[in-house]
Design a protein around this ligand. Structure first.
Ligand SMILES: Nc1ncnc2c1ncn2[C@@H]1O[C@H](COP(=O)(O)OP(=O)(O)OP(=O)(O)O)[C@@H](O)[C@H]1O
Ligand SMILES: [Mg+2]
Length: 362
């Protein structure tokens, strides 16, 4: 542990002003790092250096005679500053040793307490940072596993279930042509219609889980398709503006993040906003990809949501977390009666945090 020269100088100034004496602090080699007489800084305090080098570590006084013989030394009292059984420096106060001793000891104990509290704080901050790092790694993993799983189920639904349902539809049509009773034929066709509806639902589910368009053609195409279906399903007009982007591709984690945020924002609008019009903007600007979703609905008090996620309000919190993983910015503006705007900005370059995890999911 090292003594901070600025902290040492502040202490020296306070003690020196209080006692009207010369005060100095050396580092653990005896080099003066703070002194009432500033010109002595960086000089070697010979008596302290000798004690630190040859030991034992102890308090010592300097006489007037020694002051004349040794360089950088003032007659007075000197106390080692000890942290975790290590000497990190020496504080010296000039004057009669028996008068200076109690003040010097007090100052040394004060420096020790400050250094220990600093070390404890640093340890806590380090532990907190490590915990945060671990949390975001885990979150990254959870999201990537979830995306991978969605992709698998979506493919399974598309390739296996849909194919099987299509075969049943064809089979039922053929069967309907081979029965003689009109009643039976109607029943078979009814069954066929039911399977057609089921096939549509399965297809819808597969797309919701993971649109193949996102992987094949990218964010803009997938967003266009999603919005088209959404408008039809909820009867909400959505104006999509694509600025400075065409069919350009970005890192998969950026594309999937913005796509999921668009999905959640539009789902929230359908669920809560009572809006009839939405404006979505996708734009590339100064190396950042932006998504803005603005509705003209009833709005809400966004400040109440910005804290921690509650059990049944995961959407906004999830958007926040996903954007933070890509070192982006997420803002939400909403007030009751004024509509809601969600804005996301993500830097386009590769991100350290996502070199593994999220990126592997695609
Ligand atoms: N566009 C919006 N217009 C009005 N209110 C909204 C809008 N978006 C969110 N809200 C409000 O914010 C709350 C939190 O939204 P959030 O998406 O986090 O949770 P949720 O939609 O209720 O549940 P879920 O976890 O399924 O997403 C909502 O319950 C709603 O009250
Ligand atoms: Mg939601």
């Amino acid at each position: 542990m090292e003594l901070d020269p600025r902290f040492a100088q502040t202490l020296v100034d306070i003690v020196a002003a209080e006692l009207n004496q010369n005060v100095n602090i050396t580092d653990n080699h005896g080099v003066i790092i703070a002194s009432f007489s500033k010109e002595r800084i960086s000089h070697i305090h010979e008596a302290a250096a000798k004690m630190l080098l040859s030991g034992p570590i102890r308090e010592f006084s300097v006489t007037d005679k020694e002051e004349r013989q040794l360089k950088g030394v003032r007659a007075g009292f000197n106390v080692p500053i000890m942290v975790n059984d290590c000497c990190v420096g020496v504080i010296g106060v000039s004057g009669e040793p028996h008068t200076a001793a109690p003040y010097t000891r007090l100052a040394a104990r004060f420096v020790e307490a400050a250094l220990e509290s600093n070390a404890r704080q640093e340890k806590l901050v380090r532990a907190l940072l490590e915990k945060e790092e671990l949390q975001s790694t885990l979150l990254n993993k959870v999201i990537s596993v979830q995306e991978e799983e969605r992709k698998k189920i979506s493919r399974e639904l598309h390739d296996e279930t849909s194919q099987a349902l299509t075969s049943i539809i064809v089979g039922l049509r053929v069967l309907s042509e081979h029965v003689h009773s009109e009643n039976e034929r109607m029943k078979i066709l009814e069954m066929r219609d039911l399977v057609v509806t089921t096939l549509e639902a399965v297809h819808h589910l597969a797309v919701q889980l993971r649109p193949a368009l996102l992987d094949d053609l990218g964010l803009v195409a997938a967003a266009q398709k999603y919005i088209e279906n959404y408008s039809r399903q909820y009867n909400i007009f959505v104006d999509l503006a694509v600025v400075n982007l065409s069919r350009q591709r970005f890192l998969p984690e950026i594309e999937i993040t913005l796509y999921r945020i668009l999905q959640e924002a539009l789902t929230n609008i359908a669920k809560h906003a009572k809006a009839s019009k939405v404006k979505v903007t996708l734009k590339k600007h100064k190396g950042r990809l932006m998504l803005i979703v603005k509705d003209s609905g009833i709005g809400f008090n966004a400040k109440r949501i910005s804290g921690t996620a509650s059990d049944n309000c995961l959407g906004i919190h999830g958007m926040h977390e996903r954007v933070a993983l890509l070192s982006g910015d997420f803002t939400i503006h909403s007030s009751e009666g004024e509509g809601t705007t969600i804005a996301v900005e993500i830097p386009i370059r590769q991100h350290k945090k996502t070199e593994s995890g999220l990126g592997q999911a695609h």
